[in-house]
Design a protein around this ligand. Structure first.
Ligand code: UD1
Ligand code: CA
Length: 457
């Protein structure tokens, strides 16, 4: 049977109290729905349908870059059964339908695989979980032999059924042909006036279809997000899982509770050390013996072996060569590419620059749109004036150049190899290689000068 995943994401998520649709709230930097999509996508030959409704345009545009999603609009949220029914006209039998929830982000592909392997024309596969506090969930009602009879929603349950702590996760795998038949029979004469998907279980039992249950031991993988407290709780759980993975791969994390990973960390070596309050977002690649100091934020960064990032540094879309030392308080903006053994010191901002082997920009500089050679020394307070208010211009500095402190390099400008620029210069024309260039008003002193004295009143 062709596999089709239906992700229900039409609900409003009122308890989030948010203008943002619930499924777009981020967990580890990605929308809840994106996590579900990733789990579904890992199943081969899978057509993915998303049932959307509330905040529809916003949800769709957040996933505009994702091809091969089938969007199905549920104009009115009449219940989970009604939501799934919206997809059925699009499916060709025989098909197997896997139902997921846009607000249950941590469902694992392994669990889904178990369900779809078990489901067929004679068997419906149902994922359940045992909860200490089952309040709010649909309860799994079994007969004396342990066979599932039906699911009873909290609002329909009597006191005996409320005692059952095995609950419906909502995740099922079932043949589309059966669904078509059963969903036309499901009524909405219940406490919520909704078409409950869960009512199909009793219909299936009635037709002698086997209900095969899987009970997950990992409660977190089936937890749904209804409010921001649950979102934060699941975020902490997920972060802990990720950080543990990293530690097991050989990274020392000084405080596992104070490292957040919002994306993917690609370890290229071992013995990495990460100090407290670090955020790694996007795709970061980290080599051996890299040390990341406290309070650093790294986004889409590649760090070669032996790089040291000192505290309070922010790096974005940057490549850092072997043995470089960055910070403290450095800001490396997109397009910064550093060769090996480069030093970028405190209060230095860089953007769209290449820096050659062994060069140093140690203090209080802004260097943008520049190509800097090897073994260049850029003195404190050097500024590339790369922007004339309309266009950006380039600065080129040759190998071995020495730029004196407080220099302004008015781009476009080239400083030749081995050139020296006198401190305090405003360089508006190319500076020749190997020569001293400076622009500075000459200094005068007045020997007989007297300080003014305060007048007595
Ligand atoms: C549902 C199950 C319950 C289960 C629980 C697990 C039903 C009737 N009940 O209850 O047995 O224990 O999930 O979390 O299925 N949605 C739509 N369209 C609708 C209604 C809902 O897309 O018309 C989506 C929601 O956005 C949400 C999901 O379906 O993602 C679940 O709906 P919700 O109303 O939260 O169901 P629960 O009451 O939690
Ligand atoms: Ca729910």
């Amino acid at each position: 049977m062709k596999l089709t995943t239906v992700i229900l994401a039409a609900g409003r998520g009122a308890r989030m109290r948010s203008a943002l649709p619930k499924v777009l709230h981020p967990l580890a930097g990605r929308p809840l729905l994106a996590h579900v999509l990733t789990a579904a996508r890992a199943l081969p030959n899978n057509d993915v349908y998303i049932v959307y409704g509330h905040g529809g345009a916003q949800v769709q545009s957040a996933f505009a870059h994702e091809s091969e999603i089938h969007w199905v609009h549920q104009t009115e949220q009449l219940g989970t059964g009604h939501a799934v029914a919206q997809v059925l006209p699009h499916l060709v039998d025989p098909a197997l339908v896997l139902v997921l929830y846009g607000d249950v982000p941590l469902i694992s592909t392994d669990t889904l695989r178990l369900l779809i392997q078990a489901a067929n024309h004679h068997t419906l596969a149902l994922l359940t979980v045992a909860l200490d506090n089952p309040t709010g969930y649909g309860r799994i009602v079994r007969d004396v032999n342990g066979s599932v009879l039906r699911i009873v929603e909290e609002k329909e349950a009597n006191d005996v059924i409320r005692q059952i702590n095995e609950v419906n996760t909502g995740i099922i795998a079932v043949s589309a042909a059966h669904l078509r038949r059963w969903l036309t029979q499901v009524q909405n004469n219940n406490a919520q006036g909704e078409y409950y998907l869960t009512d199909i279980i009793a219909l299936a039992v009635n037709e002698q279809i086997t209900i095969k249950t899987f009970t997950t031991q990992k409660t977190q993988e089936v937890l749904g997000i209804n409010d921001r407290v649950q979102l934060a709780t699941l975020e902490r759980y997920y972060q802990q899982q990720q950080v543990e993975q990293l530690m097991l791969q050989g990274v020392t994390v000084l405080d596992p509770a104070r490292l957040d990973i919002r994306g993917h960390v690609e370890l290229m070596g071992e013995d990495v050390l990460i100090d407290v309050n670090v955020i790694l977002s996007g795709h970061n690649r980290i080599g051996s013996r890299v040390q990341i100091g406290a309070n650093c934020i790294l986004h889409n960064v590649t760090l070669a072996d032996d790089v040291e990032i000192l505290p309070h540094s922010v790096l974005e879309n940057t490549v850092v060569g072997q043995g470089c030392v960055i910070g403290p308080f450095a800001r490396l903006r997109p397009g910064t590419v550093l060769a090996d053994q480069v030093k970028i010191g405190n209060f230095v901002e860089t953007k769209k620059i290449t820096v050659g082997y062994g060069s140093k920009i140690n203090h209080l500089s802004y260097i943008g749109d520049s190509d800097i050679g090897q073994k260049v020394n850029i003195g404190a307070g050097t500024i590339t004036c790369n922007y004339d208010g309309v266009n950006k211009h380039k600065t080129v500095i040759g190998d071995g150049a020495f730029i004196g402190s407080d220099t302004q390099l008015v781009a476009p400008v080239t400083v030749g190899a081995g050139a020296t620029i006198g401190a305090g210069s405003t360089i508006t024309k190319d500076a020749p290689a190997e020569q001293l260039t400076l622009s500075r008003s000459s200094q005068v002193s007045f020997a007989r000068w007297q300080r003014p004295e305060k007048k007595s009143s």
